[in-house]
Design a protein. Structure first.
Length: 202
């Protein structure tokens, strides 16, 4: 991808090393795009024809064939103008920051759940101080039930419900503190959810 002289219309010459560096950057961008889910790709400003190449690349599992397809994808991407690729990079970076915030929220919720199960009322008092809208009796009952489920090796229904209750407390409070009323309802982008499938058992 070369710059063009506005007066003559001719391309500026570039060194071979610069060309290679840019080609590798585009290849790395292509690999990132192929690793995204369909929902994540839908959020990016990717041209329709390029999206088709990405989706095809995702279906290839053979190492050698995948490597060749990624090289082909990078070649197609280099045909796009710099503004298109820069827009994709900017959107990826923005999504990455959103994902980091979502992961931090998820860990905060899990931390509170672990504390409630390990410390009981002592942790509940601190939780109520930070989130006055929490239902003391509901959480106390859920904690008691979750501990009983674990002791009897039963399905972790209460354990999972604690997470949902805490999420409804933490995410709105976090969004309000950040001054972001347009935060997504669940606060977590596609592909990042609670650890409900992990029932916390060894």
């Amino acid at each position: 991808m070369r710059g063009r002289d506005e007066d003559t219309g001719e391309f500026f010459s570039e060194s071979r090393s610069q060309n290679r560096r840019e080609a590798l950057e585009v290849l790395a961008l292509g690999e990132k795009l192929v690793d995204l889910t369909a929902a994540q790709l839908a959020r990016l400003p990717i041209p329709e024809d390029l999206l088709g190449h990405i989706e095809y690349s995702k279906r290839i599992t053979s190492h050698g064939a995948r490597k060749r397809q990624l090289a082909f994808l990078a070649k197609q991407m280099r045909r796009e103008d710099d503004a298109t690729l820069d827009a994709i990079r900017d959107a990826l970076e923005a999504n990455s920051e959103t994902s980091k915030r979502a992961v931090a929220l998820m860990h905060r919720i899990e931390h509170w759940r672990e504390r409630l199960l390990a410390e009981g009322d002592a942790a509940l008092v601190e939780l109520l101080d930070e989130y006055p809208g929490a239902d003391r009796q509901q959480l106390r009952t859920l904690v008691r039930n979750a501990l009983a489920e674990k002791a009897k090796n039963k399905p972790p229904r209460a354990f999972r419900e604690i997470y949902q209750v805490l999420r409804e407390l933490v995410i709105p409070a976090q969004s309000a503190a950040a001054g972001d009323p347009d935060e997504e309802a669940d606060g977590l982008p596609d592909g990042i959810d609670d650890a409900n499938e992990d029932d916390g058992r060894d």
